[in-house]
Write a protein that binds this ligand. Structure first.
Ligand SMILES: Nc1ncnc2c1ncn2[C@@H]1O[C@H](COP(=O)(O)OP(=O)(O)OP(=O)(O)O)[C@@H](O)[C@H]1O
Ligand SMILES: [Mg+2]
Length: 380
């Protein structure tokens, strides 16, 4: 097995969310499976069974990883985050402003922040190699990426930060204040510049603990000399930003974070359609298939793909990934409209598609594909 075999698989960022600085470093070093060169059709036909199976296995891994697209929204948020980091770098002590990225499920929030943070840290490695020298490794941690666990308490946030930075806190019975002190010291010592909280909506602010967690984010924003970026679903209506009861306390958080939306792609205007087509083209370019008409998805099927996926990059990624794998397994060697029609996407994706095309959807002839009915609109 090659060096990037099973161990690299185990480190795939899509399979394992980073929970420690070592996980994060694995993510930084991760190389997606190499794109195999496509042999001529006659050479492919002439391969013995074992060689063909190995080639198709490599193709399968490549199609499974597909590619992460630097879409216009990803580039837009990269610019916002880099700008904010620069603005905060030598700002006076106190609350450093942060950034919230708010969007519906599977719109690509986690992927986006990880892509941006990865490129940010790789840039630092290039510009300041001495900070990453082997004898300093472990001391310098410019990026912390924390996926917020369900129903999190403030102490759990601090413990998760401590685990990420490998700060021992187990001796005795440390209080939250003890841990906070250790964590803040470590954040300063490790030179953390970018602190990412993914899935901030898990701070269930309707509960006492949730409110306390919210206050804790404010506390960190005040005392950690780094830029906090949070992602989540419906953050605008959460007490993290909205006023509700105790208005003064809540405005404190709203005063620290700018709020930005990440939405699924739309194709209402020419410019929007071009962005979507660009994403389709990027994914299509990654296909390694013998009979695929290059560019056909981006040229002819972009609108269909938009209807199928509701403009969700997650749904598109998965649809093309599965279609490529099916095209190899069934020997079609091309991702065509007919093949795409045979694939069943997630329940939510299928339901929105059924809603979009209504009757047309029922007429599709696929026998392998099943779709839930569109939810009936409630009578007014
Ligand atoms: N820029 C991208 N390029 C290619 N595929 C992407 C991109 N962003 C997201 N995806 C695809 O969408 C999937 C879901 O993305 P992600 O987990 O980032 O969404 P999310 O908004 O964080 O979802 P949730 O709200 O459920 O946490 C990814 O696993 C990947 O397959
Ligand atoms: Mg996410």
């Amino acid at each position: 097995m090659s060096d990037d075999g099973s161990t690299a698989n185990a480190r795939h960022p899509g399979l394992v969310e980073p929970r420690t600085k070592e996980d994060w470093r694995c993510y930084l070093g991760y190389q997606s499976p190499a794109r195999p060169a496509l042999p001529s059709w006659s050479d492919y036909q002439a391969m013995d069974t074992g060689a063909r199976r190995r080639f198709n296995h490599d193709r399968g891994r490549h199609h499974s990883a597909l590619v992460l697209a630097w879409t216009p929204p990803v580039l837009h948020f990269e610019e916002l985050i880099l700008e904010r980091l620069q603005a905060n770098e030598d700002a006076p002590a106190g609350a450093r402003p942060g950034l919230l990225i708010d969007g519906p499920p599977t719109v690509g929030k986690s992927t986006l922040v990880k892509m941006i943070a990865r490129r940010f840290e790789l840039g630092l490695r290039e510009d300041f190699p001495e900070r990453f020298a082997a004898d300093r490794l472990g001391d310098y941690v410019p990026v912390v990426y924390l996926s917020v666990p369900d129903s999190v308490t403030p102490k759990q946030i601090s413990l998760a930060l401590a685990r990420y930075l490998h700060i021992p806190v187990s001796s005795g019975k440390p209080t939250k204040d003890d841990i906070d002190e250790l964590v803040l010291t470590a954040i300063r010592r490790c030179g953390v510049q970018l602190l990412i909280f993914d899935d901030l909506h898990f701070l269930d602010c309707t509960q006492r603990e949730g409110r306390a967690s919210n206050d804790h984010i404010k506390y960190l924003a005040n005392h950690a000399a780094c830029t906090i970026v949070g992602t989540g679903v419906d953050l605008e209506t959460s007490p993290l930003l909205s006023e509700g009861r105790g208005a003064d306390r809540n405005t404190q958080t709203a005063g620290r974070f700018s709020h930005h939306r990440l939405q699924p792609f739309t194709v209402a205007t020419k410019q929007q359609a071009e962005q979507w087509i660009g994403v389709v083209a990027t994914l299509e370019d990654a296909l390694v298939l013998h009979r695929h008409a290059h560019g056909s998805l981006a040229r002819r099927h972009w609108r269909y793909l938009h209807e199928r996926t509701g403009g969700s990059i997650a749904a598109l990624h998965d649809l093309i990934r599965l279609a490529a794998i099916r095209a190899v397994r069934q020997g079609a060697e091309a991702v065509t409209r007919e093949l795409l029609d045979t694939i069943t996407s997630s329940y939510a994706t299928e339901r929105q598609y059924a809603k979009v095309v209504g009757g047309r959807h029922q007429q599709r002839t696929s026998s392998t594909r099943s779709a839930p009915p569109a939810k009936q609109a409630k009578p007014a």
